[in-house]
Every structure is written in C-alpha cells, then in structure tokens.
Design a protein around this ligand. Sequence first.
Ligand SMILES: [Zn+2]
Length: 318
Amino acid sequence: MSNSKHASTVGPDRPISLTAPTGIDRAAHHRLDEAWLAAAWSHPTTRVFVVSGGQVLIDDRPDGTTELVMTPAFEAPVTETHRYFLGTDAEGVSYFALQKDTLPGRMDQSARPAGLREAGLLLSDRDAGLMVHAVALENWQRLHRFCSRCGERTVIAAAGHIRRCQACGAEHYPRTDPAVIMLVTDDQDRALLGRQVHWPEGRFSTLAGFVEPGESIEQSVAREVFEEAGVTVGEVDYIASQPWPFPSSLMLGFFARATSSEINVDGEEIHEARWFSREDLTAGFESGEVLPPYGISIASRLIELWYGKPLPKPGDVV
Ligand SMILES: [Zn+2]
C-alpha cells in the first residue's frame, strides 16, 4: 500500500482534515511518571483546556483564525475532573485536557462551545490534534467504566490513557475501531458515489463501513462496496487515515478499482448510488441536483483527489 501516487495533490495548503502533523509529541513515557506530571502541571507555560461531552471552548479571533481556549494550569477548574496529559511541543510546553461534566463559563464573550465536526474545520492543526486526542480519550473513558474481565469498576490511570480494575488488576487501554472509506472508480474513471438513506436528496459521498473481526482491510473494502452497491472491486490503494472519535473509529481511506459496473444498492444503508464522471459532478453542482459533501470527513478529500480540484462548499456559486 502506498500513498505516493496521490501525495503531491494533497499539498500543505490543503491538508486532509485531522490528518496533518500537529507538532505535538505525545511523550507517552511520561504518562506513568507522577512526579514529572506534577511538575509539568505546575509549570507556568503549561496550557490546559476542558473537554465535556465531546465539546471544547473555541475563540474566533479578530484576524479570522479560531483558537482552542486554553488557560494556565493555575486558572483551570480542577475540582472533580479527570486529567489527560496530551503531550509537549517543540518549545517544551505541556498540554493537558480536563474532562468535566460541563464546560466552564467564560468572561471572554467571544469564546463558545463547539464539537469536533465544527471545530475540526476551524482550528489549527495543533489545536485540532489536541482536541481530537482529548475527545477520543473522553469517549473511551465514558464507555469503559467497568472491567470487561470481571465487571468491577475501573479507575483512570496513566494520565488518562489506561483504566485499571481495582478488583482483578486488569489494565484496559483505549481502543480504536478501524473503518474503511473508499472512492471506487471504474474503467472510464468514473466515481461511484452513494446516498445514505437518511441523507437529503442529492447528497452523495463515498461508501464506507466497519472492518469486521477476522477481516483484512482489503477484504473489508470489497465486502462493503459489494454489500452497499453490488459492485465488485479489485485493486485497492491506501490514501490516508483520519481519527474519527464518534465514538472510537479510525477511518482508513482508499481508492478502489471496480471490476463490475452494474449497481444494486442494498436499500438499507445506501438508498441510491451512481457512477459520476467529473463532468457529471460539475453539471450536478451547477444545476443544484448534486449537493457537495462538506465537513471534516476524509470523504471530501478523497473525492477532491479524484475530481482534481476543490469541491464547492455549500452556498458557493460553482
Ligand atoms: Zn477486573
């Protein structure tokens, strides 16, 4: 598997959302070092933000950028919270997230709560990376309060990266569930796009699904495409991955080559699927018959790589 064929078209000016380097060293070797963590926490340069229910506070700056709202540790609301150590940057600044039941109130009027689907489009790569790490940990913590071996309660350890069972001693680690998302093309270089049953008329995107137990990702791509659209695929090329903590997935993005063309949708997940040439898609956007996919999902970027130019955003005049 190689992404070299397509890497040149994902330049630094258009990185795939949530996949760009963040500049943060996760520094996992510090997670069990309580003395180091205590010193890092009390250091004046340390920055802290609160995560609650998948949301953080963001701040839209006058210059048009949006920042994750962070404070020094001594200003952070530390009561009844879980503390996650997220890493350090090149200047030695340490970053922590505090998980709380609610987001703190802010004197700063411009700060507002946002989830990852919104903030991921607005934040810098560093801030988006910190947020997605914290949200993924929060989701995992929330769903793993009890030991899957003996059923007793687990407690947080390793600065948020382990849950330990106090009854049987089992250590539980954050899990990541692989999912595949693929742009399928045929021998005329048309793209197979589908509309999920709950999507509005005209909204099309790539096919996707979860990897099943005992299955390779190549097998998963082929199975999902056949189940959802009745199309068989052969060659599969890996393009890029994306953390997708809704609640705990990792999206693995592929280009896949179809070996059949007749479409037969399952009607359960996919209501409608079509082969689109680039001209079909442009005409669809222009007439309004096709709605451009938009959001943090890697789906938009996979389609753009094939389309050869940015997709219009909702409301854009094509
Ligand atoms: Zn246990």
